[in-house]
Ligand binder design. Structure first.
Ligand code: NAD
Length: 470
């Protein structure tokens, strides 16, 4: 079994205490993970603080070169990282799974390397010169979830490092291994202390977010934890970027030819077994077309192979952990007992692993838990509507707003309706596709701030205005 270590100040850290990382496909142990402590958090922050002045002072071009070298290293280790992601998280090797995750990590690192924030001249005349520049915010704490562990780590740390910040990252205890390996690889390129990693759960995360040695927190995870993180940030007014949960609605416009859209609709709902923040989580369909869409979609869904992600014939893997599986089962049972119809799936197989079948729920209504709560699993409730305006209103009725989508024959008409959705990204005839140059983030309780492109980069900086009288 491979050994994994934390990295602090450029050095590997082993601990006597470890915890097991479990393969969700068969419940075997993937590896024993070293267990972080609050003392190691202190050490990691100290090391990031001492690395910060010289890293921030480096010429921009040198940081670009190092980021590009990191992208090459991730690419070189693609097969190893991809397999590790499947083993610790469950997503498949085939389809948009672990290979997409590692490929995305490389692409986002390269694109981030290529970004640069220009100085802005606000006034330049006889009376004076005013220049706006951006400085790295300082030491960043990154806290990541278990659904796309490697990709989300890259989204957090690359922009931070690009602008001159140093980082302490804490991955989810469910999926720490690919991040431990990523940080180990990054330390082959970066000076000691620029990126440090401490594993652990609530105690370690809480200590990190409360620590006055941290200047900014970038957090991706649930809304409940996001609120706690924001409370901890208030201690010394740390900057925050919060990428939180969503409950994305999709609205199928009346009369939409559904067959050509089934594949995109499928991946919009079920990518990574539905464990994706911006997956489609409730689908609104016009009453005249409801039965047809339910039938055709359920038939499509029922044919998709689900199983161990290491087997190339499978396109969807298990839920990532027992906790998430229990949540999904509870939401489906609630819908079933309240009169919803399980058209396909719905019952957990009697076999090892945290599997739940791809499930389509018809006759779902807005006040069922599976509609109003984020299910974060391979389950899609389909809800009936009478008018498009009413569907948009119901789509907007929750206190979350990460993504949303409108599906129709005329993409321009659909785009007009999509613009009425209260969410950070509104898609047309697709859902959940991301682009490294398109800022991504949520409105309402789905988050604060954005990631990607210059808007995302600026979140790791503070503004300084230099105002010179001439
Ligand atoms: P979670 O909130 O339970 O955990 C996220 C991270 O926070 C983990 O590393 C965890 O150990 C840590 N943590 C837990 N309590 C903490 C505390 N008190 N202080 C500091 N850190 C603490 O979320 P999860 O279950 O890992 O992830 C699933 C959730 O993440 C879903 O709601 C999903 O929608 C959301 N998510 C959002 C995005 C996005 O970009 N908006 C992306 C992926 C996942």
């Amino acid at each position: 079994m491979a050994q994994y270590t934390m990295t602090i100040g450029g050095k590997p850290v082993v601990t006597t205490n470890t915890f097991n990382v479990v393969n969700p496909a068969d419940e075997t142990v993937v590896a024993a993970c070293p267990e972080g402590t609050v003392a190691l958090v202190d050490e990691a922050i100290l090391s990031a603080r001492s690395a910060f002045p010289s890293w921030a002072a480096l010429p921009d071009a040198e940081r670009v070169t190092k980021l590009l070298a990191i992208a090459d290293l991730i690419e070189k280790h693609h097969p190893e990282l991809s397999e590790l992601v499947t083993r610790e998280q469950g997503k498949t090797q085939s389809g948009p799974g672990a290979n997409l995750e590692v490929g995305g990590a490389v692409a986002w690192t390269r694109v981030t390397a290529g970004l640069s924030i220009a100085e802005e001249t606000i006034q330049d005349d006889k009376s004076g010169k005013i220049v706006l520049r951006r400085k790295p915010v300082g030491v960043v704490a990154s806290i990541t979830p278990w659904n796309w562990p490697l990709m989300i780590a890259v989204w957090h740390v690359m922009p931070a490092i690009r602008v001159g910040c140093t980082v302490v990252i804490k991955p989810s205890p469910f999926t720490p291994l690919s991040t431990l390996r990523l940080v180990e690889l990054m330390n082959q390129v970066l000076p000691p202390g620029v990126i440090n990693i401490v594993t652990g759960g609530v105690e370690v995360g809480n200590h990190l977010t409360n620590h006055t040695g941290i200047d900014k927190i970038v957090f991706t995870g649930s809304i409940a934890t996001g609120k706690k993180v924001m409370g901890s940030a208030a201690q010394n007014l740390k900057r925050v970027t919060l990428e939180l949960g969503g409950n994305d609605a999709g609205v199928v416009l009346p009369g939409t030819r559904i067959e050509p859209l089934l594949e995109k609709l499928f991946w919009g709902c079920f990518i990574n077994a539905g464990q994706t923040c911006a997956a489609l989580k409730r689908l609104y369909v016009h009453e005249d077309q409801y039965d047809e869409v339910v039938k055709k979609f359920a038939e499509y869904v029922a044919k998709i192979p689900v199983g161990n992600g290491l087997d190339p014939k499978n396109l969807i893997g298990p839920l990532s952990n027992q906790m998430q599986l229990d949540k999904v089962i509870a939401l489906v049972e609630d819908a079933r007992t309240r009169g919803a119809k399980i058209v396909t799936g719905g019952t957990r197989p009697k076999a090892p692993g945290f599997f739940f079948p791809l499930t389509v729920i018809a006759d779902a209504v807005d006040d069922m838990r599976v509609v109003k709560e984020e299910q974060f699993g391979p389950v899609i409730p389909i809800v009936k509507y009478k008018t498009v305006d009413e569907a948009i209103k119901r789509a907007n009725s929750l206190d979350v707003g990460l993504g949303g989508s409108v599906w129709g024959n005329d993409p321009h008409e659909a785009a007009r309706y999509a613009g009425q959705l209260e969410c950070g990204t509104a898609w047309v005839n697709q859902h959940g596709t991301l682009h490294p140059m398109a800022p991504f983030g949520g409105v309402k309780c789905s988050g604060i701030g954005v990631e990607f492109n210059l808007d995302g980069l600026k979140e790791y900086t503070t503004v300084q205005v230099v105002n010179v009288a001439l």
